[in-house]
Design a protein around this ligand. Structure first.
Ligand SMILES: Cc1cc2nc3c(=O)[nH]c(=O)nc-3n(C[C@H](O)[C@H](O)[C@H](O)COP(=O)(O)O)c2cc1C
Length: 325
């Protein structure tokens, strides 16, 4: 099954193997694409990977997570991004989409003057320096939606096949989704529908501005595995709403604790979410986490745990991974 093609809208993936986003710190200090970055993705594309989702790129200065992170925050970024998209399409059948992100209260902006924002003024559980972010006002929410849309338009202008909206691993949209970091009492807080209101607004706006033939994936950090955090039930409900708001792929991963499941380290350790999600939605579900061999990937597909399989660290170590299938 791993070798079977699959259509995402009008775009054909030649197989079910996905390289999930992994930050490399290989861009320039101001976020431009480098030859080293192009070479790194090219190696994984020519090996036959069906879909590459590039590492998270920041949509605005106050959403930057780390030094040498890729930027999609400004028009000057387009030229380098274009070289990357062109090279992957020239040398392979691989489809390539860009993960776009705002780090929220996990941001480490270049300037100390830059304000750190989050849904609520609470210290992020993973923020050791104890910084209290500014709780976002409606104008901040509107700006974040605007920045996601403009980032997606730059990605489209650069010639990529789509974008992935990052709502996982404790970053801004995950902070809205998780009851631990979202203490709002307005239309963006409380019940799940409110906590993912901004996600649905972003999906609608990106869809409207980028048109039909452009993949929109959403990466959902579905479960926090923390007391008072998000649950499998939340994750399934959210995926149903994301499908209604025109998402093309749901990529399943962890929430505030990152990409591990503290209760499970077996291959496909987020299938606690992907299995019920697959029963609830028609769009493809992408499962990543702890999958190392083609045999493991194949049996997860056969067991109906997912439609697409992400191979992260194994593909980082072995650029040729896909050619061995
Ligand atoms: C070095 C590294 C960087 C990562 N960067 C990102 C990222 O930019 N965006 C993201 O959504 N996940 C990121 N992840 C998580 C991976 O996409 C993936 O979910 C995780 O590695 C688990 O899958 P694996 O067991 O196949 O490696 C990163 C993981 C690693 C190891």
């Amino acid at each position: 099954m791993l070798k079977e093609e699959i259509y995402i809208g009008n775009k054909k993936l030649s197989n079910r193997i996905v390289m999930p986003p992994m930050a490399t710190s290989k861009s320039t200090p101001d976020g431009l694409i480098t030859p080293a970055l192009i070479e790194y993705y090219k190696q994984r594309a020519v090996a036959g990977t069906g879909l590459i989702i590039t590492e998270h790129a920041y949509i605005s200065d106050n959403g930057k997570a780390s030094p040498n992170q890729v930027s999609v925050s400004k028009e000057e970024d387009i030229e380098g991004l274009k070289k990357l998209a062109e090279e992957i399409h020239r040398c392979s059948d691989t489809k390539i989409i860009v993960q776009i992100n705002h780090a929220g209260s996990l941001a480490k902006p270049d300037s100390l003057e830059t304000e750190i924002i989050a849904p609520s003024a609470v210290v992020h559980p993973r923020r050791k320096d104890g910084i209290i972010p500014k709780g976002m006002e409606q104008a901040d929410i509107d700006k974040v939606i605007h920045d996601f849309v403009h980032a997606a338009k730059r990605v489209q202008k650069a010639g990529f096949d789509g974008v992935e909206i990052h709502s996982a691993h404790g970053y801004l949209l995950n902070q809205f989704y998780s009851p631990i970091t979202n203490k709002r009492t307005d239309a963006y807080g409380g019940q799940l529908e409110n906590r993912i209101r901004i996600h649905c607004q972003i999906l609608d706006a990106v869809k409207k501005e980028t048109g039909g033939d452009f993949i929109i994936s959403i990466r959902l950090g579905g479960v926090d595995y923390m007391e008072g955090g998000s649950s499998v039930e939340d994750a399934v409900k959210a995926s149903v709403l994301f499908e209604k708001h025109d998402a093309d792929i749901i990529s399943v991963t962890g929430g505030l604790r990152g990409y591990i499941n503290p209760d499970d380290a077996t291959p496909g350790y987020f299938r606690d979410m992907s299995v019920p999600m697959k029963q609830a939605v028609k769009i493809p579900v992408l499962l990543t986490g702890g999958i190392n061999t083609p045999e493991e990937a194949e049996s997860l597909l056969k067991e109906g745990c997912a439609d697409l399989i992400g191979i992260g660290r194994a593909m980082l170590k072995d650029p040729e991974w896909s050619s061995r299938v």
